[in-house]
Design a protein around this ligand. Structure first.
Ligand code: F6R
Length: 240
């Protein structure tokens, strides 16, 4: 289902409402989470819902999509630190049930361990996704196999440029990351893709209006039976 909403704030409100509904229906829900700019307002809203309405994450398990290789939770530019700042520190989630790939472990071991943890949790229920300007989902860059699993990947120049503002001026960006694979993502029972802003318009059109192809990793979502795409008008403007 494609839902085009007027403003970015409404996209965030709708996404937060859907995640909250999932948790209320199933307090021990297994959520897949994303980082980046797009979900920031979603996480702020979930924090507010926890404070104001008692929405509880106490029994929730979560798995983030990705983490930079070489960065640990104590590095402020790691995704683990981002999640702590933006969501985990604002709600009552148990630290030992809030998972990210381990950027400090040997990559193959970290990847296998992550897949095993997802399996042991019974798989992911609702998976939140953003989309890169180049059509990537998680850090599955163009060319990634639709059957790919959690693994170490080399970040594209486009992705490193897009994410450079998150790092201190002059800092060297990680060259690789650990990411869930497209195959891993497609196993979630439900997918929720958010796209905000004109910069995502081409990627979103490639993802939804063209036949699925590894040239646009997000087009793999067409192969999933339960996908909701929430976007604002700017991101929808190239859709047919
Ligand atoms: C984040 C992730 C990425 C982002 C994508 C969009 O965990 O896996 O695929 O969702 O790069 O990033 P933003 O939201 O910053 O435009």
């Amino acid at each position: 289902t494609l839902v085009v909403l007027q403003e970015p704030e409404i996209v965030a409100a709708e996404a937060a409402a859907r995640i909250a509904a999932e948790i209320r229906a199933q307090p021990d829900a297994v959520l897949g989470l994303a980082t980046g700019r797009t979900p920031l307002t979603v996480y702020a809203r979930l924090g507010a819902m926890h404070r104001e309405t008692g929405l509880s994450f106490r029994q929730v398990t979560s798995f983030n999509l990705d983490e930079y290789r070489g960065l640990g939770p104590s590095d402020p530019t790691s995704f683990a630190a981002y999640m702590q700042r933006e969501l985990f520190g604002r709600v009552d989630i148990c630290a030992d049930r809030a998972h990210l790939p381990d950027g400090l472990m040997p990559p193959q071991q970290a990847a296998e361990r992550y897949e095993a943890m997802i399996r042991a949790a019974g798989g992911i229920g609702l998976q939140l996704l953003g989309i890169g300007n180049n059509g990537h989902i998680a850090f599955n860059e163009p060319g990634s196999d639709f059957a790919s699993r959690t693994r170490e990947v080399t970040l594209s120049e486009a992705t490193r440029n897009a994410n450079a503002p998150d790092f201190p001026p002059g800092a060297l960006l990680p060259e690789t990351a650990l990411t869930m694979g497209i195959g891993t993502i497609l196993e979630a029972r439900e997918l929720l893709l958010l796209a905000i802003g004109a910069r995502k318009a081409d990627a979103l059109a490639n993802a939804l209006d063209k036949p699925p192809s590894p040239d646009c990793p997000a087009s793999a979502l067409q192969l999933h039976p339960r996908v909701t795409v929430l976007c604002d008008r700017a991101a929808a403007r190239r859709l047919g």
